[in-house]
Design a protein around this ligand. Sequence first.
Ligand code: ATP
Length: 206
Amino acid sequence: MLLEGKNLGFRYGRDAWIFRGMDIALKQGEVVGLVGPSGCGKTTLGRLIAGYELPHEGSVQLNGSPPAKKGFHPVQLVFQHPEKAVNPRWPMHRMLNEGWQPDADLLRSLGIEKEWLQRWPNELSGGELQRFCIARALGPETRFLIADEMTTMLDAITQAQIWHAVLDIAKERNLGVLVISHERKLIQRLCSRVIEWNGETERSTG
Ligand SMILES: Nc1ncnc2c1ncn2[C@@H]1O[C@H](COP(=O)(O)OP(=O)(O)OP(=O)(O)O)[C@@H](O)[C@H]1O
């Protein structure tokens, strides 16, 4: 499967365009980095290709067609703020099993302790909560993972543990992964290809 953003343009309200004419392509099985200056639009682009926002210009396609509007989205996004990605009124076991039932091996590989399943989101640290968001995103129908500063809040050892688990699963299931990060060393370690975004040349007004 191929995930493509073609000639994408996006602006918030009537503000200046964040980007126009943006093309991006990601194949299943690839681990690709996206780096660029702060504010250039990486998060916005991640949201567009994961279907969280619609582009004002251009299109997002999966194997040449628009993604289905209903059902499980094959492009899953995990972003920096897990507390904004969970329902505070759902206990963790309910949140985790909303879309699929991750097995004990997956939970162990992501360092999720059994006892946490009975807790509420506000009873976990940001890093603990993020592991649940990652597990939730790795359902059997996921084909692409957009990891937007996904492990930024974790210490180096936990970060390595999580990426080890995620890349194992990506390999096993032939997932495409887009790693958006400020940490160039992390990108170099994980990715076979890096997209360098020069935000200035993409920006335009009007
Ligand atoms: N909801 C919003 N309303 C208005 N402007 C926004 C909104 N979200 C982001 N922006 C603006 O859009 C631009 C791109 O933001 P975005 O978060 O996509 O950049 P980024 O490259 O991911 O930045 P960083 O590396 O700092 O996380 C920024 O100038 C930001 O201020």
